[in-house]
Design a protein around this ligand. Sequence first.
Ligand code: PEP
Length: 255
Amino acid sequence: MRKKIVAGNWKMNQTLSEGKNLVEGILAGLPALNESKEVVICPPFVHLSQTAAQLDEYEHIYLGAQNCSSEASGAYTGEVSAQMLQSTGTHYVIIGHSERREYFNEDDALLARKVEQALATDMKVIFCCGESLEIRDSNAQNEWVGKQLKSALFHLGDLLMQRIVIAYEPIWAIGTGRTASAAQAQEMHAYIRHVIASQYNPVLADNMTILYGGSAKPSNAAELFACPDVDGGLIGGASLKAEDFLGIINAMMAS
Ligand code: PEP
């Protein structure tokens, strides 16, 4: 069964006390979630234990991390392993965000190793893909995204692939206030599902959750989530205000 998910990516924002208040605000207004409609909160690493404790008694709202190491353990100063994340109560890890690809030079081979580390635990991966404006303008976005999926994911067998959530995030829409139109999002999501059906099988592709990310907000979430292949969103800026994040969650609930 395909799940709908709204995931909040706080990026490098919020002190511990600000994060605590934000989660309290979200929990205070949270609608009744269920097995097919989930929420994920992805704060910075230092928040994970605190946020895990806050979410402990709630169902269908999960903790996510924004990154994990490509190595299992050892002398890698400053890194955080997938196993450490899992030990805090983290269920999801974002891998391949365009900011990690661009500012930290994370390439497909490294991302493939990170995916393997995360899946070696019980966690699920929110794998980000998406094209730059230059690629969109040259109408090469499908080839680009197809290659990103192939390089980092398609070595996985069916069982592991079932623990992947894809987030399509056109780089030109992230943090820019410029959202992809519902038609552009639907077209790419349908393409991604088609590529996965060809590589794996139609049932696996049909069950896969594919999120949209890029300047999603309460005012445009309903239209995006109404698209048949858009199964929710990965939300940056609008996840930092409880009211906005709840507005997007409510749009998912109504979709
Ligand atoms: C993101 O960083 O994943 C994102 C979608 O950011 P924003 O919603 O701020 O565009």
